[in-house]
Design a protein around this ligand. Structure first.
Ligand SMILES: Cc1cc2nc3c(=O)[nH]c(=O)nc-3n(C[C@H](O)[C@H](O)[C@H](O)COP(=O)(O)OP(=O)(O)OC[C@H]3O[C@@H](n4cnc5c(N)ncnc54)[C@H](O)[C@@H]3O)c2cc1C
Length: 337
């Protein structure tokens, strides 16, 4: 039986909830089905897109190619020592189930990344990060299907080229691989990362906090600040926090003494995109069916029935206004198609 379906609505498969169609759609359960799919689909076909839970994508027009959803499941222990445990998770597993699995066993490393929506497969793509931790710090290996050869290949963390919201899978190797599984290393005596935001403050009174304590605090902060995509369509932070030169940062600090700047290197500072967007009057502002979330202006929201093009246009207006006021370019974090 063919794995390919024609003219499928993508509305249930992405968190912005935009109503667009894809010309071809397929769900695969294992690498053999992936190989079967490519033997069925013309090899030179363009526009192949792999989709996880669609929590980091925006479709601005109908997708004319093939959308593949790898639903490979399974969570297995690959190795265990006195110090650490290596866990392998199939691409289709939910990222937060992996975090919960680790935390339930008092294993540390991923607790700061609690409640990030999406699948295991997408976790290395943009090197998901939150509260001072990035997933690249706990990834042991990424297994991927090569679209060109049909082979399974393994990437070490170094080969993945992780950086801020980036990896080779978003850069030089974009579109060449389909991630099938990821192995994570969790520590039995973890060093907890408590210095971001008010995590430490919220843990006051707890003598020896555990990964479960950190997960609880991070989850509380996230649910109080971020919109639930099941209620309001969104894809989390729409823009990245820009990195600017020290000279530019100092000039801005003279003009705006409260500007939030973070040390990156002797010559560079990271600047809060949310702060700049808010300064431009965009906290909770809405144009028609699109706006920024009232509690977090970095998040663009579909208030119901917006098209992807309308959401993208709003993003461009925000980019223009920020650039005009601060001379800082905002890069888009979400994958726009
Ligand atoms: C409310 C909310 C909060 C969020 N908070 C955070 C946060 O704190 N930190 C953060 O980093 N992100 C955050 N995000 C963004 C998002 O959750 C992550 O980027 C997540 O990893 C996306 O997973 P997904 O399965 O939905 O991927 P998708 O959106 O389906 O895909 C994302 C990208 O990965 C590619 N991809 C997916 N699967 C594969 C595969 N098997 N092989 C090759 N390429 C693949 C897709 O082609 C696409 O380019 C948030 C999103 C929302 C809605």
């Amino acid at each position: 039986m063919s794995l390919l379906r024609r003219n499928v609505s993508l509305q249930p498969y992405h968190t912005f909830g935009v109503d667009v169609q894809t010309a071809y759609y397929a769900e695969v359960l294992n690498p053999t089905e992936l190989r079967d799919l490519f033997s069925e689909y013309p090899e030179d076909a363009e526009d192949i897109l792999v989709l996880g839970d669609g929590s980091n994508v925006l479709f601005t027009s109908p997708f004319e190619g093939l959308i593949i959803r790898p639903l490979l499941h399974g969570i297995t222990i690959e190795k265990e020592t006195d110090q650490y445990l290596i866990l392998r998770a199939g691409a289709g597993e939910k990222w937060d189930d992996v975090v919960q699995w680790a935390v339930n066993r008092n294993l540390g490393g991923a607790e700061n990344l609690s409640l990030i929506p999406g699948t295991v497969s997408a976790s290395p793509i943009q090197n998901i990060g939150a509260y001072g931790v990035e997933v690249g710090q706990v990834i042991e290996e990424v297994e991927a299907f090569s679209i060109q050869t049909g082979d399974l290949v393994c990437f070490s963390p170094e080969e993945c080229g992780f950086s801020y919201r980036n990896s080779i899978f978003k850069g030089s190797e974009k579109g060449k691989y389909i991630i099938t599984a990821v192995s994570y290393r969790f520590e039995k005596n973890p060093e907890l990362h408590l210095d971001y935001g008010d995590i430490r403050q919220r843990l006051e009174g707890i003598d020896n906090p555990t990964p479960a304590d950190v997960r609880r605090v991070v989850s509380d902060i996230r649910t109080s600040k971020l919109p639930d995509p099941a209620i309001l369509g969104n894809a989390g932070s729409f823009f990245k926090n820009p990195i600017i030169s020290l000279g530019h940062a100092e000039k801005l600090r003279q003009q705006y003494p409260d500007i939030p700047l973070y040390y990156i290197s002797e010559t560079e500072r990271k600047i809060s995109a949310a702060w700049m967007i808010q300064q431009c009057g965009w906290r909770g502002k809405r144009i028609g069916k699109v706006g920024t979330y009232e509690k977090q202006p970095l998040v663009l929201v579909n208030y119901g029935g917006a098209t992807g093009a309308e959401i993208f246009e709003t993003a461009q207006i925000i980019q223009w206004e920020v650039e005009h006021q601060f001379e800082v370019a905002l890069d888009i974090e979400v994958n726009v198609f």
